[in-house]
Design a protein. Structure first.
Ligand code: SF4
Length: 437
């Protein structure tokens, strides 16, 4: 007789997707921001668009801008299964198959009228704030939007961390641009005078939320991990990586989330998945690369059904790298904004990324590394094979590679991904057994 296999997830609730309280609040916040955008122009407010890595949310709040994050719009459309059509519309307009699919999803959405992912109006931005943190596509993306709408643009050039460290002259260069070009443009477009004390107040809120977020992400060092540091973390990072860093709503969310997760640690519980609590942690993984959004739940399920939990991921740091100590500092507001931008994951060189992953492997006692290589994201994908080999060499733990895409449903092959994952989990098991022998 076969021994019954213990399911990794507690009894499935057939219809309702399981969410913890903070996940529900997260959804409310994100929807509230879309409502804020929808009504901004009627209320006489201006709209700014800016990218997630290196976003200067606190600064934009000083000028009362409603904030739109184009990557978030694209991923929300991906999760709602709308992006496939938008991408094909953009391709018909002449955008190549190789272009980042966030860009094509965004352009396709805009071509269809000013309607955002939630079905609410998404206004044309009054200003594009391009904080350039390592991805060349950012520049081309905003060039296209500027061309289409004639929006005002302001660019913050952030020097690449080629040597793996931030030098004082790099920070000074960014601060100078903030003073001489970015802030005057934001003042002119918004009609609001810059008040540095207002910025300081927002940054105090940012630092509190960052402290709580780090506690949440580092809770995954426990066994079992009370969170999934990739799929679950997507919900946790949403507010702080978008329009809520620096706001009281953001601070409240992270305090509540932290309390909820600390309670799970005390009770020795595993992470909440869409099918309920994960009860049998078998594999602890580090993941590099963004997730696929069009089949997000199916993708996650391939992990939790096998008892695999992601204990840390680089993607959960894409809008700010806080777990190695950086906090927004209200005593040095502009310098701190500069350091935040310089320290973004997309602005790190390959050796720094390898070091970071190796630290995660050790600190989170991971069994291995999994790389989700995204077809259209060169910023993440370039050098990933090198990362894989180097991490394997340095840690002696198995690493594997899967390929999907962000929001293009044509590039998510469920059968292929599942096959690869199953073989990888077998490999992890064998390696663990061999090491224990
Ligand atoms: S290439 Fe990657 S980092 Fe750049 S915009 Fe697209 S998804 Fe973002």
């Amino acid at each position: 007789m076969n021994t019954p296999v213990k399911p990794a997830v507690a009894a499935k609730k057939p219809q309702n997707v399981q969410k913890d309280d903070a996940m529900s609040l997260q959804k409310e916040l994100i929807n509230a921001n879309y409502m804020d955008l929808a009504t901004a122009h009627q209320q006489g407010r201006k709209v700014a668009a800016t990218f997630v890595p290196g976003n200067l949310n606190e600064l934009l709040m000083c000028f009362d801008f409603a904030r739109s994050l184009p990557e978030t719009n694209a991923l929300q459309n991906g999760m709602r299964k709308k992006s496939g059509k938008f991408i094909m519309d953009a391709e018909r307009e002449g955008h190549s198959e190789d272009v980042c699919t966030y860009v094509k999803s965004d352009l396709g959405m805009m071509a269809g009228g000013e309607i955002g992912p939630t079905g609410d109006p998404l206004p044309t931005p009054d200003v594009l704030l391009l904080s350039y943190t390592g991805c060349f596509t950012f520049m081309k993306w905003f060039e296209l939007i500027r061309h289409k709408y004639g929006c005002e643009t302001t660019m913050l050039h952030v020097p690449y961390q080629g040597e793996g460290r931030i030098e004082p002259n790099m920070r000074d260069y960014v601060v100078r641009q903030l003073k001489e070009s970015v802030i005057p443009t934001l003042e002119r477009v918004s009609g609001v005078k810059f008040d540095i004390d207002r910025l300081r107040e927002y940054m105090k809120e940012s630092a509190k939320a960052e402290e709580d977020l780090v506690a949440v992400l580092q809770s995954a060092k426990n066994r079992p991990s009370p969170i999934d540091g990739y799929f679950g973390a997507v919900y946790y990072i949403g507010p702080i990586f978008t329009a809520f860093r620096g706001s009281k709503d953001g601070t409240k969310f992270y305090r509540m989330l932290r309390e909820e997760i600390e309670q799970r640690v005390r009770e020795g519980k595993g992470p909440i998945t869409p099918d309920g609590e994960m009860t049998d942690e078998k594999y602890r993984l580090i993941v590099e690369g963004p997730p696929n959004w069009t089949s997000f739940r199916d993708f996650w399920k391939m992990f939790y059904e096998e008892g695999a939990v992601v204990v840390a991921s680089t993607y959960a740091k894409v809008g700010g790298l806080y777990d190695f100590g950086f906090r927004h500092n209200p005593d040095k507001p502009l310098e701190s904004l500069a350091e935040y931008c310089l320290g973004c994951y997309t602005n790190l060189n390959l050796p720094s990324r390898v070091d970071m992953i190796c630290r995660y492997m050790e600190q989170y006692e991971a069994d291995g590394l999994l790389i989700n290589s995204i077809k259209s994201c060169n910023s993440f994908s370039a050098g990933q094979l090198l990362i894989l080999r180097e991490v394997e060499k340095r840690t002696g733990k198995p690493a594997a590679f899967i390929e999907t895409d962000l929001v293009d449903p044509r590039y998510f092959s469920a059968a292929n991904v599942k096959n690869r994952l199953e073989s990888y989990f077998q490999m992890v098991k064998q390696k663990r057994t061999a090491l224990a022998a």
